[in-house]
Ligand binder design. Structure first.
Ligand SMILES: N[C@@H](Cc1c[nH]cn1)C(=O)NCC(=O)O
Length: 447
């Protein structure tokens, strides 16, 4: 089933991983820095809300669109050069944004940031099998994901403080300097492999095409993609775009309370990540069951909130945010499928394929929610209030379609994966039978 580690864990491995995680954390800071500067961006570019949304959407489209090429390049040239190049590209993008005075110049900056960002995460995950033992990888994958999310906090606190105290150009130049730091540390500390940087594939273009096809044909890779698709999008849509206007304008929460809920989202994700990592390491044959459970919980939470008569109470919104937050670490299970069903030589490619899932679902949902809100406003349903509670109820319901499509895809691919495992004499017993066996085993241990 999986690729075996090339080396044991030592101090060097932690240094390499630490530099990789720092590069990812800084990439998340670059990714989220524009979002927190919305008010200043409106003034600087004299832009409408929808023009500003183009900055974020363009950046995410580039990010998602580059995942497969980046995955292929990671396998071909190794993670180190990709992490360093990504950091340089993001530094250039933030510098461009620091001096941009037109919307077009600003969007060019964000496109560069999206491109550099796309190169980072897939490359950092590619370091793990080269440096760590297989049993440690699920937890380290989760830790990589959650530590990276701290980059959002760098955007919300120090970056915003510099923006308010020293202005637009200084703030974005400071973010650019973080990119330079990340590139220097990457060059100094990251090695693709314990034996150096020469482990990359020397595949021809044709072989690269074959490897991409093989990664895609592998049902385990596509199961990973759909797991990522189904678990991550709802939280991403909420945090990056529609959560704040929904909480403040539709549910009438105070701005401070809405910010606390957004912070809760990050904290819950950080707590759940390692727990899910341990679960995946202990129950590798039950990963998709966890994905389906998270999906069901997300659907249930939205169902209760959206059908609640009148404004939802704060405790219910807290429950919703907690449930959505589990989706972030939940989506990391998708990368575990990529790792265990592909040889190390095409791990970057497979990881890139998986990473498209959640971001594509998020982009489609963001767009659909915006479109439905606009249509309801134009039809007179919203009584002139774009963000009316009744309109959000209808617009957010589109998520059930996305959750439904994802669930069916996970179930179909899971069946194919299990059939493939059965051909290797690995039988996954029905869940009820497995639970009964586990209970019997525990009773016997206690006796
Ligand atoms: N699932 C996310 C990462 C994550 C972990 N915990 C919460 N979110 C993911 O796919 N990340 C890819 C990236 O580039 O950020």
């Amino acid at each position: 089933m999986g690729a075996d580690p090339a080396a044991g864990t030592d101090r060097r491995a932690w240094l390499v991983w630490g530099a990789g995680v720092l590069a990812y954390l800084i990439a998340v800071t670059q990714r989220t820095s524009f979002g927190v500067a919305g008010v200043e961006a409106t003034e600087r570019f004299d832009a409408t809300a929808s023009a500003l949304a183009v900055f974020t959407v363009a950046q995410l489209v580039v990010y998602a669109g580059l995942q497969i090429p980046v995955g292929v390049l990671v396998d071909r040239f190794g993670p180190r050069i990709m992490i360093v190049s990504g950091a340089v590209l993001m530094a250039l993008g933030q510098t461009q944004l620091a001096f941009a005075e037109s919307i077009t110049a600003g969007i060019v900056g964000r496109l560069l940031v999206g491109g550099g960002d796309a190169m980072t995460f897939v490359a950092v995950l590619r370091l793990l099998p080269a440096w760590f033992e297989t049993r440690k990888i699920p937890v380290l994958t989760q830790l990589t994901g959650i530590l990276g999310q701290l980059g959002q906090i760098l955007s919300v606190i120090p970056f915003l403080a510099v923006l308010h105290l020293a202005g637009w150009s200084t703030a974005f130049l400071s973010a650019a300097s973080l990119g330079v730091l990340s590139a220097v540390l990457g060059l100094a500390l990251i090695r693709d492999h314990p034996e150096g940087n020469g482990q990359r594939s020397r595949a021809s273009l044709r072989q690269t095409g074959v490897s991409l096809t093989e990664a895609w044909k592998q049902p385990g890779t596509r199961l990973g993609l759909w797991c990522h698709f189904t678990t991550q999008f709802s939280g991403t849509v909420f945090v990056l775009m529609w959560g704040y206007p929904y909480l403040v304008s539709a549910e009438k929460l105070a701005a401070g309370t809405a910010s606390v809920l957004m912070t809760l989202f990050v904290v819950v994700g950080m707590i759940c990540g390692p727990l899910l990592g341990v679960y995946v390491a202990r129950h590798p044959l039950r990963r998709s069951t966890m994905v389906l459970a998270i999906t069901a919980a997300t659907a249930l939470a939205w169902l209760v909130v959206l059908t609640y008569p009148g404004k939802a109470p704060v405790w219910l919104l807290v429950l919703l945010v907690v449930t959505l937050a589990v989706g972030g670490p939940g989506s990391m299970i998708g990368f575990d499928f990529a790792r265990t069903f592909n040889p190390a030589s095409r791990l970057g490619t497979a990881t890139g394929i998986v990473n498209i899932g959640g971001f594509t679902a998020a982009l489609l949902t963001m767009f659909a929610v915006g479109l439905i809100l606009d249509l309801l406003l134009a039809s007179g349903f919203s009584n002139g209030d774009l963000y009316a509670l009744e309109s959000f109820r209808i617009a957010f319901a589109v998520q059930f379609v996305v959750l439904g499509i994802g669930t069916v895809a996970v179930l179909v691919l899971r069946r194919r994966v299990r059939a493939q495992l059965a051909r290797q004499s690995i039988i996954v017993p029905p869940l009820r039978q497995a639970i009964a066996r586990e209970i019997r085993r525990r009773r016997e241990v206690q006796r």
